[in-house]
Structure formats: C-alpha cells, structure tokens
Design a binder for this molecule. Structure first.
Ligand SMILES: Cc1ncc(COP(=O)(O)O)c(C=O)c1O
Length: 520
C-alpha cells in the first residue's frame, strides 16, 4: 500500500485542528490555531516543505474568519515555522533542527517505539493469557504444511471479481446501512438448498444465520447460550479456534477423548452446557464419527440439556466414500447448531460462514449477532448467492477435490520410504491435511525445530490436546501448497525423519550392547 502522502497528512491535521478550535476553550481563536499548528510542526507531524492550503480554504474548513487564520499564519511565518514563497503559497519551513523532530517529546517517543520494533509488555487478563495459548506467534507465516489453507491459486478470481463488480453496481442503498436480517435472503436460500441436498441438513432458509466465519459463529453461540463457569466438552485432540472462543466466554473446558469411532461419550462425564464436535471429519485426527456414537451424543445432550455445536468445516472434500450426512439431520430434539464455513471452499479472507439454528434459537441468535457483531458484507453475500446458484460453487468443489486428492497422493509418495519403515500416517479419506503419528515428543520437538531452521513450519499434534502431554505427531496440511512444494518439503521431512530414526536405532543398539550380560 502507498504511504500516506504529505498532502493527505495535512488534510488529517486540518481536520483535527477544526475539531480542536471548535471545542469550547478560553483564548482567542487565532492563538489556538497558532498553537495547534506550531505544536504539530514541532512534533514533525507535518513534512518540511509541504504546502499549506490557501488561507481562504483553511478558513472555510476550520469554520473561522479569514482574518483569524491570517493572524495565526503571519505569526508562524514571523517565528520561522512557516515560509511564504512569492506566487507559490505558504510552506512548512525546512528547518534542519525540525527534520528529525527529535526535540519534540511526542515524536521522540513515537520514534523510540518504532525503532525498538517491540511493543511494551502489558499485563493481560488471565483469560487473555489463556487465549494467546491458542494463537500462533506473529512470526509464523503460512507455509507448505499449514493446516486448513486451501489452494488459493485455484480460486476462480476473475469470475469472482466480475460477480463482485456486478453486485456492487446493483446494491440497493439500504445495504449501506445497518442490517438485521441474518444475511442476504438469496444467500440463505441458496445455502439451504445446498445443505439439504448435499449434507442432509434439515432446515428452512430462515434458520440460517450468516456470520463472519465459523469462528464468529462459535463466539456468538458461547456468549448467548452459556454463562462463565459453565462446562464445554471439547474433542481431545481438537480445534484450537473453537477452544479459544469458549475460553473467551469464560467456559470450563473438559477434554473428551476421540478414538477410531469419534468422540467417546462415557456415562460418568461431568454435565456440559455446550459440546463441540467435528463428526464428519474429526479435527485433526480425521476420524469419522460412527452412527452409534452420534446417537449416543444426541442422547447425552438431551439428558444434560446441552447444546451441540457441529463444526462441519471441510466435508466437501471426501475422497474415498460419498459425503457423510450431518449430525444435525439426526437431531429431533433441536439441540444441534450446525456451523459451516466458506473459508475452505472459497478462501479464508472472505470471512463468511453460517450457523443453522434450531427453531427456538433463530430470533435470539439473529438479534444477538446484530447487536454484538453487526451484520455486513451484503454485497459480497449477494455475489456469493449467485456464485452458488449458478453452479460455480459445485464445479470448483469438484475441481478442488481432485486437486487435493492429487496433492495428498503426492505427499504420501514423498513420505512412502519412511512409511515403509514405521512412520504412521492417518487414512486421509477426506479433508486437507494428514496426521503423521510419531513415537515420542523428542522426535516431534526435533522435527519442529529443524523445520524452523529450514523455513518449513510444522504443526505439532501435541499442541492440539488440552491436557498435556498429548500424543506426539505432526499435522501436515497439503491443500494450499503446489505439487512441487509438496515434493520438496515432503522429501525434506522424509529425510529428517529417517535420519532421526537411524540415530534412535543406533543408540538403542549401543544401549543393548553395553547392558550387563549383553555378551553372554
Ligand atoms: C476445525 C475447523 N473448524 C472451522 C474452521 C473455519 O474457520 P473460519 O470459518 O473461521 O475460517 C477451521 C479453519 O481452519 C477449522 O480447522
């Protein structure tokens, strides 16, 4: 982005001055204007050499008499802060001592901060500190193995831009105002058809609330349906994004283990108010929840009077079998809130997702969302409605599915020599990532550290667990990387894993050889 021009900076200063001189205060107006301008010139906020607007324009914009403005400017010229050039206008003086504005206390501290490049330490709330535990450091850039990143290079950008332009031109003026409908009706209708036909979700368009990504859906649900101190069951291992929202709402998180059949609900678990699950494709293990477990979960929710948040984040991408019907479609008690996102099928920066609400929650959730988050992006929603209705949604989904299937195969190929000697990979029948299970935490930490040295970010599986130490492994996203990048990074990972394994084997043989009685 272009840096702010000195003219634009000047406009901001005039705007601020206009408010300042309009405030009720003592002293003549020309003195207040003089002081305001001098302070800003001294602080280096106005670039030396930039031209001031004419006194006539200044008077108009500051709502002052022209003589008042002239008196202030003349004083500043007399003191050397401004200079006039015949026929050209009035300029901020180019005084050497003002170049760095180092004498101005405000500017000095701003500069010190900028040059240090570090924010001062602040005392966060304990909730804020826990929240940051789920937030990667700002130095973590998306890379080859970043989980959850779609193939941005395959997104039909030209088509999307055409649609956006058309809908921008057509947008009714009222869309510029505050919205409270729960989303553009055309989008909710198109989504309703899609969800009914492809995900076996039972709903009417009115039950769909458009939100700014699944994340906002989780946050809204937690705030509206729970009180601080209430308990939420979360999958172990599970999705940090949802856990962060529940932490922010002051919930007590209770980790419920996931096995080969999905979330394992035992009879003696403490009663929850909220239950978060990814039944179609458990995140991150990749397991699909069996029908038996789904029915047991619905029964538990009914027994405890709890709400189930069904996070169906990437079920469009199934490779082996057809799509799995949503848990919501089995729910006769109105306990399931189905959350979906466009982050995977389109792109995460779009920030659009949706919640399919049980009837009883339609009105409260719509009103709470409009109050808490404000609705918006109606033009984008309207373009998206056409994108879906015209079939542009299903075609890219099919294309992306093929692309991801191919990229997963590429990663498997790259890791195959390691798999042949013991590296265990998840089945990968769906989704955008694989899990590589590791034998121990030392290997997990070593691989992550070596990856950092090579500019390859690796997500340690153990960090997806609420209760340490968690199972060691790596969550390997493959969808957002090109085939060549996967070959390169996959090859690197295979070599590193094989080298670590060789070292481990060698040291265990030495141990055996040096144990008492080894030669006997
Ligand atoms: C398990 C899971 N749920 C939901 C989401 C989608 O979140 P959002 O719609 O806020 O981008 C993600 C994204 O990575 C995810 O991994």
């Amino acid at each position: 982005m272009e840096p702010l021009s000195s003219q634009a900076k000047l406009d901001w200063v005039i705007d601020a001055l206009a408010m300042e001189v309009a405030e009720p205060a003592s002293g003549p107006l020309s003195r207040r204007l003089y002081l305001g301008l001098r302070e800003r010139i001294q602080a280096g906020r106005l670039a030396p050499g930039s031209r001031l607007p004419s006194s006539r324009r200044l008077a108009r914009e500051l709502c002052l008499g022209r003589n008042t403005v002239l008196a202030a400017l003349e004083q500043l010229v007399a003191e050397g802060f401004l200079e006039t050039r015949a026929g050209a206008g009035t300029f901020i003086a180019d005084l050497p001592q003002l170049a760095g504005a180092s004498s101005a206390p405000g500017a000095a501290s701003e500069q010190a901060l900028a040059s240090a490049g570090e924010a001062p330490e602040v005392a966060l709330s304990s909730r804020g500190t826990r929240l940051l535990g789920y937030s990667p450091g700002s130095n973590l850039r998306p890379g080859v193995f970043t989980p959850g990143l779609p193939a941005l290079d395959r997104f039909p950008q030209a088509l999307w831009q055409r649609l956006m332009r058309r809908h921008l031109h057509r947008a009714p003026t009222e869309w510029l105002g505050y919205q409270t409908q729960g989303g553009v009706p055309a989008l909710r209708e198109a989504l309703c058809d899609y969800l009914r036909l492809s995900r076996s979700v039972r709903c009417r368009p009115e039950q769909i609330l458009i939100v700014q990504g699944a994340q906002q859906g989780f946050e809204l649900i937690a705030r509206l349906l729970t009180d601080p101190g209430d308990r939420a069951w979360v999958e172990e291992p599970g999705y940090g994004g949802a856990k962060a929202c529940f932490e922010a709402a002051g919930l007590e998180l209770h980790a419920v283990p996931v096995d080969d059949e999905g979330l394992r609900v035992a009879a003696d678990l403490p009663a929850p108010r909220l239950i978060q699950v990814t039944p179609s494709h458990q995140y991150p293990s990749g397991v699909t929840m069996t029908l038996g477990r789904r029915l047991a979960l619905l029964e538990a929710a009914e027994k405890h009077g709890a709400w189930i948040v069904e996070d169906d984040y990437d079920s469009e991408f199934r490779y082996g079998q057809g799509p799995i019907a949503a848990l919501q479609g089995l729910d006769n008690g109105g306990r399931v809130l189905y959350v979906g996102t466009f982050s995977k099928v389109l792109y995460p920066g779009l920030r659009l997702g949706y919640v399919v609400l049980p009837e009883a929650l339609v009105d409260p959730c719509r009103r709470a969302n409009a109050r808490l988050h404000r609705e918006g992006q109606y033009v984008v929603q309207s373009a998206l409605a056409e994108f879906i209705a015209a079939g542009h949604f299903s075609r890219p989904v099919r294309r992306m599915r093929d692309c991801y299937r191919g990229r997963q195969a590429r990663l498997r190929d790259a890791l195959a020599p390691a798999v042949r000697v013991g590296l265990e990979l998840s089945e990968g029948q769906a989704g955008m990532h694989l899990v590589a299970w590791l034998d121990d935490h030392v290997t997990e930490a070593a691989l992550v550290a070596r990856g950092l040295d090579h500019g390859i970010g690796l997500s340690p599986l153990s960090t997806y667990y609420l209760t340490p130490p968690g199972r060691p492994g790596l969550v390997l996203g493959y969808a957002g990387a090109s085939e060549e990048e996967i070959d390169r990074a996959g090859g690197w990972l295979r070599r590193e894993w094989l080298a670590l394994r060789a070292k481990r084997v060698a040291s265990s043989m030495t141990k055996v050889a040096t144990e008492p009685g080894a030669r006997a």
